[in-house]
Design a binder for this molecule. Structure first.
Ligand code: C2E
Ligand code: MG
Ligand code: MG
Length: 356
């Protein structure tokens, strides 16, 4: 191919007719090229517009739709994830409960439970009149487990029946030993499920008989919530216990819904004033009045009173002035294992300084 300058030289030197002809051809070519460029530009513009229209009319809604779909999908994914999380949590909590339930069963076999005993003291003299049996679970897997966690689970799974029987047997045997040192009573907490067992009263009587102690030295503590759950069954069972010579205390009194209605319906002989009133006595005049009134009420109904959660001597003195019979709390002693309780029984009377 000829380079530009050489091509020009050749044209300059060629025949004028040829030159003219070439000029015409080249001009036509330039024209055509220009027009073509123009058309191409228009086509490009049209194409751009056409594409824009296609985008606006067809693709945009599709994209929007797909955006919505994306959002919907991600939402569905989210809800699915949430659902999966819920299911996962359910599964985990069920698995956790099954594990705990198995651990609870195993704990009974492995003897991981232990009964602690907290003195109940004659407020006027400081002498130990009785004790409350309180369960502790020192799990090899979890360490000390709160009663909130395992008593509820034991109730739910029905394990409370064998556990409750174990508590009763253990507490009665301990009472037998304690009573060799002092004539004290044993207070045992009752939970809901055992009431529903037809052999409930029979099992208790058997445990007390086996421990060789009189029924009169056993007191059962029952909360209002337990009474409320099935009042008819509770009433029948409590009457049977009472007829057999056992005592009945209403626990955490004042924290339930209709406390007073229980006092004449059930055969209750002891009222335990809830710790929350005792704590608040010196901060809240009403709590002070509630404690005074409850002590007065119990006395007039021929019931004994036990104030729970006494932590300092000022509270002890105030309760003594109100005529409250017994006290329980860190002022006297925390709940302690069997051997330590034996030591406490060796003391003439309990120190009245808080050990908390
Ligand atoms: P509860 O029967 O009202 O037992 C009294 C609770 O108050 C005990 O807690 C005791 O440690 C605590 N306490 C005693 N004095 C004081 C004090 O001065 N200050 C403070 N802050 N607390 C004091 P614990 O042993 O943790 O028992 C809590 C609850 O668990 C019991 O309340 C009872 O409802 C239940 N429970 C414990 N052992 C048994 C059991 O063997 N069987 C059943 N069914 N329930 C039990
Ligand atoms: Mg109690
Ligand atoms: Mg209580």
């Amino acid at each position: 191919m000829l380079r530009g300058s050489l091509f020009e030289q050749k044209i300059q030197q060629s025949d004028p007719t040829v030159r003219l002809l070439l000029q015409v051809v080249l001009e036509r070519y330039r024209d055509i090229h220009a027009r073509l460029m123009n058309v191409a530009a228009n086509i490009a513009e049209e194409e751009k517009n056409r594409q824009k229209s296609i985008f606006r009319i067809l693709l945009l809604p599709i994209f929007k739709l797909s955006g919505d779909m994306k959002a919907a999908i991600s939402k569905r994914k989210q809800t699915a994830t949430q659902k999966r999380n819920y299911i996962y949590k359910d599964v985990v909590s069920t698995a956790d409960n099954i594990t705990k339930e198995n651990n609870l069963k195993q704990a009974l076999l492995d003897k991981e439970f232990e009964m602690y005993y907290q003195p109940i003291v004659d407020i006027a003299t400081g002498n130990i009149a009785g004790c409350e049996a309180l369960i502790r679970w020192n799990s090899s897997a979890y360490g000390f487990v709160s009663h909130d966690e395992f008593i509820g689970l034991a109730e739910k799974t029905g394990l409370i029946i064998p556990l409750g029987n174990w508590i009763t047997r253990q507490s009665c045997n301990a009472a037998h030993e304690f009573r060799k040192l002092r004539d004290i009573y044993m207070s045992i907490n009752l939970s809901t499920r055992p009431f529903e067992s037809p052999s409930f009263v029979h099992d208790i009587k058997e445990a007390v008989k086996a421990a060789n102690i009189p029924n009169q030295c056993i007191k059962f503590e029952i909360t209002e919530s337990v009474l409320m759950l099935n009042p008819e069954i509770a009433e029948t069972a409590l009457n049977k216990l009472k007829d057999a010579g056992f005592s009945i205390a209403i626990d955490d009194f004042g924290t339930g819904y209709s406390s007073f209605s229980y006092l004449h319906r059930f055969p209750i002989d002891t009222l335990k004033i809830d710790r929350s009133f005792v704590i608040e006595m010196f901060n809240n005049k009403r709590s002070m009045e509630i404690v005074r009134t409850l002590s007065f009420l119990a006395r007039n109904l021929n019931m004994k009173t036990i104030a729970e959660g006494i932590e300092n001597s000022a509270e002890g003195e105030q309760l003594n002035n109100f005529g409250c019979d017994y006290g329980q709390g860190y002022l006297y002693s925390r709940p302690v294992p069997f051997n330590e309780f034996i030591e406490l029984l060796g003391n003439e009377s309990l120190p009245t300084t808080a050990t908390a």
